[in-house]
Write a protein of this length. Structure first.
Length: 209
């Protein structure tokens, strides 16, 4: 019974998120109300709020999942393995999966069209990235037996998460602008490898001209 309830809850959540995304594409984020989403999803207004306390969270419905995946790069890294390598693999795997979706005719970068058209969503995206980096820093601090706000752990986490975020957003920007998907995917994979390599070597040689 518990399994059925969880399945129903997951499906309801997905239905609401998809209805919201469709409405945001058609009418713009600012013009869509919670009542609009509730009607499109076939649920009550209160049900929408039960799953998503804000409109922004309806679009960023995988925020917790994405954050957990980043934390796992620190928590599940094998003893002696390099953090940079774990993040490099994570970024590369994202673009390989995304490239396969695009090659198969998918158009999931439409998400970014909604985000960049709305100042509120852009702000939310920045805040979400900051929260995720902080969580990664706290996980790293636990692994090293340091306080959660340890500046070294927080700084390293922000650097690693920052590279991953930069290649996510820059790639999505280019796809949204209509650039060739195969070219964008290949360059994001190659150039992110170089960016992580710069972290590995240290940034001392990367001074402004």
């Amino acid at each position: 019974m518990a399994g059925l309830r969880e399945t129903k809850k997951r499906r309801t959540r997905e239905t609401i998120a998809q209805a919201a995304a469709d409405l945001f594409v058609e009418h713009g984020f600012a013009s869509v109300t919670v009542d609009d989403v509730a009607r499109a999803a076939g649920v009550s207004r209160q049900t929408v709020f039960n799953y998503f306390p804000s409109k922004e969270q309806m679009l960023f419905d995988r925020e917790q999942e994405v954050g957990a995946a980043l934390v796992a790069l620190v928590v599940d890294v094998p003893d002696g393995a390099a953090l940079v390598e774990a993040f490099r693999g994570h970024t590369r795997a994202f673009w390989e999966r995304f490239g396969a979706v695009l090659a198969g005719g998918g158009d999931t970068h439409g998400f970014w069209e909604i985000v960049r058209a709305s100042p509120a969503l852009r702000d939310y995206a920045e805040a979400s990235a900051g929260r995720q980096a902080r969580e990664v820093g706290e996980a790293l601090a636990r692994a090293w037996g340091r306080p959660p706000a340890d500046p070294t752990c927080q700084g390293l986490a922000r650097a690693l998460c920052g590279v991953n975020l930069a290649f996510l957003t820059c790639g999505l920007e280019r796809l949204t602008d209509g650039e060739d998907p195969a070219t964008v995917v290949a360059e994001m994979i190659e150039q992110s490898g170089g960016a992580y390599a710069a972290l590995e070597r240290g940034l001392g040689a990367y001074a402004p001209a």
